[in-house]
Design a protein around this ligand. Structure first.
Ligand SMILES: C[S@@+](CC[C@H](N)C(=O)[O-])C[C@H]1O[C@@H](n2cnc3c(N)ncnc32)[C@H](O)[C@@H]1O
Length: 219
């Protein structure tokens, strides 16, 4: 999944993954992580997600990373914010009142870019990537957060032989392979979302489950 793929999606406004509503699982389960007030929450591959706004409304600082300049600009415009922009290494840093998006490549992040983050919300990041990139994504994740932090992470499960992603299916076993050594993995919820993903249904997938996990650092 090359950067061009995502840039094209944003340029053509083919962003079916974007939800104008705040994620219901985030609202239901975020408290479980006991993230201290004013902490910074990292939102990888953030798009222009309203979830960042919701986290900010609770008093958190938010740091997103996102390839697309269209997504970054839209996030601030649509939330009536006037961001400043500055360079941060290879990134363009968009920032307004505790909401920051590093516009650029997640794989170019350095540990010092995210060292102040205390928790992660991952919706549609891991599942946005094909298997080989997921491996690299997780390796980079462990490099960035070598001392560990807690995550709320959402996945999808469906028969990947019927349709290819994105969104990709990520099963429990893969999650254990990626995170099990460093994190305790608790499944918080399984939801039948078979009727909620028209892009997969059009490709013949009839059974889709969404899973919500809490990952707690063992360190
Ligand atoms: C499926 S969307 C999910 C967006 C967001 N998490 C949400 O819930 O709406 C994946 C996003 O990741 C971005 N993206 C893909 N690869 C990336 C990378 N290597 N670095 C930063 N962003 C990336 C895409 O531009 C896209 O906005």
């Amino acid at each position: 999944m090359k950067a061009e793929f995502w840039h094209d999606r944003w340029e053509q406004n083919r962003i079916g993954f974007h939800d104008d509503a705040v994620n219901a699982h985030l609202q239901q389960f975020w408290d479980r992580l006991h993230v201290p007030p004013h902490a910074t929450v990292f939102v990888p591959l953030c798009g222009k997600s309203r979830d960042m706004w919701w986290l900010h409304s609770l008093g958190y600082h938010v740091l997103g990373v996102e390839l697309s300049p269209i997504a970054a600009e839209s996030f601030f415009t649509e939330n009536h914010l006037s961001p400043t922009t500055s360079r941060q290494g290879p990134f363009l840093r968009w920032e307004a009142t505790g909401l920051t998006i590093l516009q650029g490549d997640y794989f170019a992040l350095r540990p010092e870019d995210v060292s102040h983050c205390e928790a992660v919300f991952d919706r549609a990041s891991l599942i946005a990537l094909p298997p080989d990139m997921r491996m690299t994504y997780v390796e980079q994740f462990h490099r960035l957060f070598a001392t560990g932090l807690d995550l709320l992470l959402l996945t999808l499960e469906y028969d990947q032989s019927i349709a290819s992603g994105p969104p990709f299916a990520v099963f429990d076993s893969e999650l254990s392979d990626h995170y099990g050594q460093n994190y305790r993995i608790d499944l918080l919820k399984t939801a039948d979302v078979s009727d909620e993903l028209p892009s997969l249904r059009k490709r013949g997938v009839t059974a889709i489950e969404e899973k919500v996990y809490q990952l707690t650092s063992r360190s």
